[in-house]
Design a protein around this ligand. Sequence first.
Ligand SMILES: [Zn+2]
Length: 694
Amino acid sequence: MPAGSRLALKFLLLLGTVTAMCLMPHRTAVAQDLTYFAPGDILPRTVRGITGRSVSFPEWTFPMEVGSATGLHAYMGTQLRDYHGLQSNNDPRLFNYPHRDNQCEPRSRNVAACPAGKGHQGVDIRANDNADKKWNVVAVEDGVVTLITRNTTVGVKNGNHTVQYLHMDPGSIRDAGIEVGDVIRKGQVLGKVSCFMGGSCATSRHLHFHAYTGTLGEGRFYHVYPSLIAAYRRAWNLSDNVENGELKHDPVRETGAPISGSQSVGSPQASCSGIELGDPPAGVDRNAFSSLWLHNCSVMGLVADTVTGARSFVYYHPKASLKDVVALEPMLFTGVNEAGSFRGQARHYSSRCGTAVFDVSGIAFEENGNPVVEVKGRRPQRNPACEMTGTVEEVLRFTFVERVSPSGPPVDHVIPDDRITLSEKTRNFLAITFYPDENGTIRLLPYFAEFPGLATQGGLTDSAGGLIPALRTDEAGVAISWVWIRKRARFTDGLRVTPRTVAHSMAGVDPGACDSQLRPTPVAVQASGNTAAQDACNRVAAYLRGYVGFANGRDFAGDYFGRRVGVDEELILAEPETAWNWMRTMYSHESGRPPVITRTVFERGLRFGDDYISSFYDGVPDVLKSVEFYQNPCNFAQPECSVPVAGNNVQPAGNGEEQPGATTASDARIEELFRLMLDISARVTALENAAGGP
Ligand SMILES: [Zn+2]
């Protein structure tokens, strides 16, 4: 670890233990603390950033007041809680180095320069601390103000490119005297850092910064991080390290190849370097794992079964000193996870005396926002003759690295012939739609944008210009609808809904806005005017007509429940039949006909949705598996298990004659995994840091 980041680490640890420090602006920190990740080293690790180091704008000043003149700092990095594992705007770790590039993070926006062709179009920058309307945003260069919006964006054009500064407080822009048409100068204050998006405080307090050429919609964004690092260095009187238009590697300030941001904080594994996660060892199916973890500088794959609670940690990339000894028995831990308590058996490897198995137990917990599993037990102690002489305590610690995102051929382009309507073709069975903001940008909400079942292409546009994103599989389509009903439906209480509350949520209408006959209430009329209030209630009524036959509508619920369902009848979706009947009712309202999916696809989709909720909302990342996993009936002991599933890269286990339960299917998968792992040792990449063993 370079000296600079060790210093930063010490500072971080100090902050982590003293909560009062949250309130302290970091004026006391010195430039020596400055460290940064390489360009393109973004989160999550499964998405690629732009690794090029071109400094397109060698003359820029940094877009916030920073540097040795003022002692002020700023911190580039992700704003998405799910990636950095931080809980709030005030977490002191948000206001610390290293800087991290976050251009090309998952977003729907077209960005030609990103490897995926889309993503986050610029970088996000935190100020010294989370104070609102306190920290100045300054122009990086001269130009003419061409735009001021409710986002709150100031656009400044200079020659053939435009720079945009987002989310500032609108009052502060006025106070700075900035108006469209003004000529502004490099370093001039444009406004103050705030959280404005779409006219209100709707994002974290940060400056979003990007630059593009041509028109915004063309997606020709510059990779701004190298230019900003160079500007930041200059602000602190450091050499900008730019040579021949490129940001040179700085071995002191540029952090190596850490596994993830939180991994390097206070982790005993911080010294593991050169570990590659991207490519699985030859012959190993990465999708067989739900997530990857670090254990003593080896990368482990976790096999997780949410039905039985079974968990196994299997060597995925063993460190060099272990690769031979673990090759034959790669499963280090096997056991169960019951509500965060782990128990099972672990292996102790010895090339001389052979492998010993011993009982272990422990817990899963969070450390610096990162999941950790720690189990311990007493392993056999053996003398030189390999006779057992006693036991000694051994602790096995696993630190979460990343969820496994399925790779391989995309499965999102094949639309079965039976699909007619927008919701069927996109597999977005509730037609969850996202509309453009005033810049024409369509922004998916994070729960949707980060869903692994989201297709990279294939979304369709509705008549009002909204995007109905497509899902990769039918199970993913069911899953995201289930996430919506469980977590997004605003007026429902957990798994208890009524047709009326769901209709209000689907229509985006406040529950108090319409009376029992779906006429606007006086309060609603006063708030939004007669026409708008009437429109809102009409939208709610349209859902209820389709759902339960309100005002002599279609009544799809009648088809599935076999009876009339009341507008205010409570439906308990924890009951499988009720869930199936009600979700079919909703799907049918969108498509106008019975759903195209079967009951077993639906059940797998619910599991996908439940696992995603555990992962995204509840911070239990180890349960979520690959998209393909949820396509396979054998993983759920469903009757179709005997029939190979088209397009699956996970083959059904067994020969189909007997599938007594999920446990058996899961065991078969683990055996398969074992077989694959036998082959890897010779081909495993040599890893650095060969010291020590479990
Ligand atoms: Zn941003």
